[in-house]
Design a protein around this ligand. Structure first.
Ligand SMILES: Cc1cc2nc3c(=O)[nH]c(=O)nc-3n(C[C@H](O)[C@H](O)[C@H](O)COP(=O)(O)OP(=O)(O)OC[C@H]3O[C@@H](n4cnc5c(N)ncnc54)[C@H](O)[C@@H]3O)c2cc1C
Ligand code: FES
Length: 512
């Protein structure tokens, strides 16, 4: 992401704030030396850190203080109030820290601490293993987060990251949102500049397609027959878009969206198109629809369900999302499906055809488990891992969209396709490859964005028997709880960020 200069807002915190004016757990934004600073109180302690999240510049003052951390209201990153360290993805870079001093009942923000602030390692010396060679298969959310965390933990061994993509790890969620809509410049897309990998001794190999894992010989084999030995292996191969078995789906104007290259191809198509058909009315399909509408393209969405996203979010949010898209000019063909595509149109099951200059199929993904399967790893609709994200083969870990793990919050074995979960799993797997023995305990979180409406979701409810709405969905101000047997399993929200964070904390504590 690009850096936006902080604006000078609120009081000059260097001049002092009456300490009693800030209650325990409260925050105030001001400025010091031209930089935007968050002053926060925890008990009798006062902390001053950068006011903007290092993910997408979310306003931390609108988030939630939990112990001595602050959580970002937008996508639930978490920063240490003591050190500014980014403790949880999706933020990786720390925020700045300032000294504070209390004099005569006032708290003064002083010097900006010289960065980077040193942080304790999570894997202590006695337990720390130093495998000589770690190989990560996958250059996406989980793979990147694992590599970053390994070097952050001062892992000194050889670290190879293999990605079949052409681009270094990118901000994948953006590929269907601002980037596709034309609102995000190119420099927002890489998770880190190219130099990050060489500077940190990460041997990132792009266009590297792993075809085989030899678990007995502890090596991975690429399609050019290169064999790479490992002492620890992380499989983070993600998921791939499902291709409908219909006539015409192989035509060049029928696209799916997973990679930066896919997004660029759709943008290129959109530059000369008048009309697009999107197959599928779930998250990616509808985000693509929104972005194409922003580009002024006529968009038709074809999907078999009666209400978009109903299975995951319930009918109320689903109906709201449908109306929102209709207000922006999207034309739905629900309860219908495509039977084939030709160069000019999409044929529909219910009869008729829709003209289309291009087609985007967003009908779901399937985890890329072929490598794991051929290596003999235990599978169950994904790669089975234990609470430490290790597979049934010692030394081989899996994280992200492919991993099915024992979720301590629901007591079920679950697999999700969420950006933040993949990153946090990558971080946990990294620690455990160094014998950190940390259980993956994060409450699942995802967000989706449709025009100017963000939907946040914490927890996991594959099925629920009661749905409870607080607020007004149509007014874009609501909290929706999904309960089973009386217990809240998940909470979706629109513009109720603090409540969403509080729900996350409750779910965490319920399982603790
Ligand atoms: C357009 C889009 C928008 C999204 N928006 C959101 C959102 O708003 N919120 C949200 O929570 N989630 C979102 N997601 C989902 C999120 O991006 C995924 O859950 C996340 O990327 C999963 O991370 P991962 O590391 O498991 O897989 P990926 O990020 O897909 O990375 C997998 C990597 O493995 C590589 N790979 C696969 N097989 C091989 C092989 N054999 N050899 C070498 N490399 C291989 C791939 O090239 C890729 O680099 C979105 C996904 C897409 C596609
Ligand atoms: S802006 Fe803070 S987590 Fe995304």
């Amino acid at each position: 992401m690009s850096e936006t200069p902080s604006t000078k807002s609120g009081p000059d915190l260097a001049l002092g704030t009456v300490a009693d004016e800030l209650a325990d757990g409260a925050m105030r934004v001001g400025h010091v030396g031209g930089e935007s600073v968050l002053l926060a109180r925890r008990g009798d302690e006062f902390f001053a850190i950068g006011a903007e999240c290092t993910h997408y510049h979310g306003p931390l003052a609108e988030g939630l203080i939990v112990d001595d951390t602050v959580r970002c209201p937008w996508h639930h990153a978490c920063f240490s109030l003591r050190t500014g360290e980014a403790l949880r993805a999706p933020a990786f870079s720390p925020v700045a820290c300032w000294s504070t001093e209390i004099r005569d009942g006032k708290v003064f923000v002083g010097e900006r601490k010289a960065g980077p602030v040193s942080k304790p390692l999570r894997v202590s010396g006695s337990r720390r293993a130093m495998p000589e060679r770690i190989v990560i298969v996958g250059g996406g959310a989980a793979g990147f987060a694992a590599a970053e965390r390994l070097r952050g933990e001062e892992y000194q061994g050889t670290l190879v990251m293999l990605s079949s993509e052409d681009a270094p790890p990118v901000d994948r969620p953006n590929l269907s949102k601002d980037y596709l809509a034309g609102n995000a410049p190119e420099d927002w897309i890489p998770l880190r500049p190219d130099s990050f990998y060489s500077d940190n001794g990460i041997d990132l190999r792009l266009g590297a397609n792993v075809t085989r894992i030899d678990v007995a010989a502890r090596q991975v084999v690429l399609d050019d027959a290169t064999a790479l030995p490992y002492d620890r292996l992380l499989l983070a191969t993600g998921a791939e878009p499902i291709r409908l078995p219909l006539p015409g789906m192989e035509l060049p104007h029928v696209r799916t969206l997973r990679s930066l290259a896919d997004s660029r191809t759709i943008i290129e198509r959109a530059s000369t198109a008048r009309r697009a058909v999107v197959l599928g009315a779930s998250f990616i399909g509808l985000e693509v629809a929104a972005s194409l509408r922003t580009r002024g393209i006529e968009v038709h969405v074809v999907a078999p369900e009666a209400i978009p996203m109903e299975r995951i979010l319930g009918s109320e949010i689903g109906q709201f999302v449908r109306r929102l898209h209709e207000e922006h000019g999207v034309i739905f063909h629900l309860g219908d499906s495509a039977t084939g595509v030709d160069t000019r149109s999409v044929k529909l099951k219910n009869g008729g055809a829709l003209d289309a200059d291009f087609v985007v199929a967003g009908v779901g993904v399937r985890p890329r488990t072929a490598l794991a399967e051929s290596a003999g790893l235990a599978l169950d609709r994904g790669v089975l891992v234990d609470a430490y994200l290790e597979t049934n083969v010692p030394g081989v870990f899996a994280a992200g969209d492919i991993a099915r793990w024992p979720d301590q919050h629901t007591g079920e074995s679950i697999r999700v396709e969420h950006w933040v979960v993949a990153q946090r799993q990558g971080q946990t797997a990294a620690l455990n490859m160094l014998e950190g023995r940390e259980k993956f305990a994060a409450v699942p979180f995802f967000w989706s964005q449709h025009y100017d409406v963000p939907i946040n979701y914490v927890g996991h409810a594959e099925a629920w028997d009661a749905l409870e709405i607080e607020g007004d969905v149509a007014a874009r101000d609501c909290l929706v709880r999904y309960r089973r047997n009386g217990r809240v399993l998940a909470v979706a929200s629109i513009h109720r960020d603090v409540e969403s964070l509080a729900a996350e904390v409750r779910l965490e504590r319920a399982a603790a």
